[in-house]
Design a protein around this ligand. Structure first.
Ligand code: MN
Length: 747
């Protein structure tokens, strides 16, 4: 990673050139073994072409632009393990997009393969930057996925590009930071995960968190740093006996402890409602065996028995991804054992080859020869086949599709057998119907039931790993919309959705004909303008919805009488107008003060309507953004569960917002407290809240169970400062173990 980004950028041209050359040589060194005859010259040519092309541009940080492609090339080689072709592409990745160089130039100098990859990379960045409608943005992601199917190197280089942009996000403005960080967690890190690039995935997520939730990020980072010494001591104590026994067994290995990513620690704290001190697996122990491929399985199990002879394993915690690797190619044995001092410790055992796959993902599986990628039998191939199947369906609604696809990316896998004993991999929670669709969409469409381990079950039956499933079909069967309520896989859902979309399209087609006739009768054409007026009046978002509603008779066309005609233009009745239409960007710009920033509960309040989102219930002092929709602006926290989705998909609807200094209004929020049950506890709590701090309490409810109580309190506070003060005061009470902000207050 290049680290010459500096705020006071004041190098001379000569010094800069030296640094650029130094980076280039580092790239050559990283490629060393992979450089064949002629490669050096091609690399040099690509490097010089890129230097020349970007000569006049600098990055936001002030450094010459060329440092960026150089850094991306090094990530591609060092962290993803790709070769010369990919390095050349990385060096040139921004040239066609940003400079005078054309695709033809690239093809002339470097040939078809490289030109095709650059073309893919250019297309991706073209679409990602589009400001405008959200389907376009979702469509971008789909294009990204499509290029992945064409040549996975495109997406791998794109991931390297994104990683470097994340590493240098510091110099961007806040708005850009949020947008890029959200996009990263929304699509790029799941993809990195799916491709088995675990290191890149966690670094991306940590960096994203650093910008979207800076306070929590720094707090966990600080905690990790403060506890490092103790942790090292503990890890050494834990490792010592294992090391001795492994040596005695004559194994060649490395063993070390590795801290978990900040983001995964935070997720644990959040989902398990625990504090930093209570997260027991802040680190994992790794044993990497340098065994020849024919002995690696045996050696891993040998190491496993060494570990579990010394420490007691938790019986539910053995994960064997050696016998059946994960869908993204990951292989390892994971176990959790009881370490010294009664602490659970996770131990991961794998061979050096498996470790390379764990770090560099499927790229390590799929070694590239120069030219066309070799079509080896690999897990990546079956993933790509799956992906291209879903994508080949042009009707899929892209935003929906992405949601489903992301679920597919993240969930754990189960292994199911066909009646003939073939294995299929499905996400956890998949139903018999998902299985049918996984085999073939035609089979899915005609399914009426299934036999799981010879027992008859309904289509909605959730299947488990190891089940043998036989699908029962009928030629009379037709898909039902209910199916969507229990289907889990993106493939099946998108097939069903497009089936019904096609049905609806046919119906809407009829509606269109009816409407055209009606309009002809009153003497106006079915123009875009007129259709928009109709949509606005009948409160339908798209023309398609309007046609559909006409066809099924859910709108009353006699209302057309109350429209006025202005030449060929139809005008909806006056009193209706205005309460519906989306606030356009134009309207918004007019309403916004100079800086394009909305001040919440400040001077701009009267001009723009907004409300606080019910999903995250922000209070003044929280990091927030505004989101425009049909009924005005909604204020969300940047750490809202919906934030990443909104920011990544609807960038153009995001409005910068700032809290006004205003102590007059108070906001509803809440805390969750856990402690030891004690007679006076409620008294103490209410004393602090209403008595000492004079905070207005709305509700208090306490559940107690076996000496432990758990309470939720909702209060009205003026801002975050006041809220923090309240939390601290409650935490200081005797017997209270935990105080945290309530994620959601239900009325
Ligand atoms: Mn770039």
């Amino acid at each position: 990673m290049i680290n010459i980004v500096s705020s006071e950028y004041n190098l001379t041209g000569e010094e800069e050139n030296k640094l650029i050359l130094r980076e280039y040589r580092a790239l050559l060194r990283a490629l060393k073994e992979r450089i064949k005859k002629g490669d050096k010259q091609r690399l040099r040519q690509a490097f010089e072409m890129a230097v020349e092309a970007h000569r006049h541009t600098r990055r936001k940080s002030g450094e010459p632009y060329i440092f960026h492609p150089l850094a991306v090339a090094r990530i591609v080689v060092e962290e993803i393990g790709l070769g010369v072709t990919s390095a050349i592409c990385a060096l040139l990745h921004d040239t066609v997009e940003d400079t005078e160089i054309t695709l033809e130039d690239v093809e002339r100098e470097f040939g078809k393969t490289i030109a095709k990859i650059i073309d893919g990379l250019t297309k991706i960045s073209n679409v990602v930057d589009i400001k405008g409608d959200s389907t376009l943005q979702a469509e971008n992601f789909r294009k990204i996925l499509l290029t992945l199917v064409e040549d996975p190197r495109v997406i791998l280089i794109k991931l390297a590009d994104r990683l470097h942009n994340m590493r240098t996000l510091e110099s961007m403005n806040r708005e850009k930071q949020l947008k890029i960080a959200s996009e990263t967690t929304y699509i790029y890190s799941p993809l990195a995960h799916r491709l088995g690039l675990y290191e890149i995935k966690s670094e991306m997520e940590d960096l994203a968190m650093k910008y979207t939730q800076p306070e929590i990020y720094t707090e966990i980072a600080r905690n990790l740093k403060e506890t490092r010494r103790d942790r090292t001591r503990y890890i050494n104590e834990f490792i010592k006996p294992i090391r001795d026994l492994l040596v005695a067994q004559g194994l060649d290995f490395e063993i070390y402890g590795r801290p978990k990513a900040i983001n995964s620690i935070y997720n644990k704290m959040r989902t398990k409602h625990v504090s930093f001190d209570e997260v027991y697996d802040l680190f994992a122990i790794r044993i990497i065996l340098n065994s020849p491929i024919e002995k690696e399985k045996d050696d891993c199990w040998k190491a496993y028995s060494v570990v579990t002879n010394i420490y007691h394993p938790s019986t539910e915690r053995l994960r064997d991804w050696i016998s059946v690797p994960k869908g993204n190619g990951y292989e390892a044995l994971h176990t959790t054992v009881m370490g010294p001092g009664g602490r659970w410790v996770e131990v991961q055992i794998r061979s050096a080859r498996m470790n390379e796959i764990a770090e560099k993902g499927l790229a390590a599986h799929w070694k590239y020869k120069e030219g066309a990628p070799t079509q080896q039998e690999s897990k990546l191939d079956s993933f790509l086949v799956h992906l291209s199947e879903i994508l080949s369906n042009p009707d899929t609604d892209t935003i929906d599709f992405l949601q489903d696809f992301k679920l597919d990316l993240f969930t754990e896998e189960i292994y199911i057998y066909t009646p003939k004993g073939d294995m299929r991999v499905l996400p956890k929670g998949a139903t018999a119907l998902d299985f049918a669709f996984d085999i073939h969409s035609e089979l899915g469409m005609k399914s009426i039931g299934a036999k799981v381990n010879y027992k008859l079950v309904p289509l909605s039956h959730k299947i488990n790993s190891g089940d043998q499933v036989e699908v029962i079909t009928s030629s009379k069967q037709k898909p039902s919309e209910d199916w969507l309520s229990f289907l889990v896989t993106a493939k099946a859902k998108s097939k069903i959705k497009s089936y019904f979309k096609e049905q609806r399209r046919k119906v809407a087609e009829e509606g269109k004909i009816i409407l055209r006739k009606k309009l002809e009768q009153i003497g106006v054409p079915m123009s875009h303008y007129n259709l928009n007026e109709l949509c606005a009046h009948f409160k339908r978002i798209t023309q398609f919805d309007l046609f559909y509603a006409v066809a099924v008779g859910s709108i009353d066309l006699s209302e057309l009488k109350s429209f006025t005609k202005n030449g060929e233009k139809l005008q909806q009745p006056k009193e209706q107008k205005g309460d519906m239409g989306l606030m356009t960007e134009g309207d918004l710009k007019k309403a916004l003060p100079g800086k394009g920033e909305v001040v919440i509960f400040g001077d701009s309040s009267d001009k723009i309507q907004y409300k606080l989102a019910s999903c995250c219930q922000p209070i003044p002092g929280d990091n927030v953004f505004g989101f425009m929709s049909g009924d005005g602006m909604t204020i969300h926290r940047t750490d809202c569960p919906n934030a990443a989705k909104l920011l990544a998909n609807y960038g153009h609807r995001i409005i910068k917002t700032k809290w006004a200094k205003n102590k007059e209004i108070s906001f509803l929020t809440g805390v969750r407290i856990v402690g030891l049950d004690d007679v006076g506890v409620i008294q103490k709590i209410t004393n602090v809240i209403s008595g000492e701090l004079k905070v207005n309490m709305r509700s208090l409810s306490i559940d107690s169970n076996d000496g432990i109580f758990e309470g939720t309190i909702t209060v009205y506070v003026h801002d975050r400062e006041e809220f923090t003060k309240l939390c601290n005061a409650l935490a200081a009470l005797d017997g209270i173990n935990k105080v945290e902000r309530l994620e959601l207050i239900t009325a």
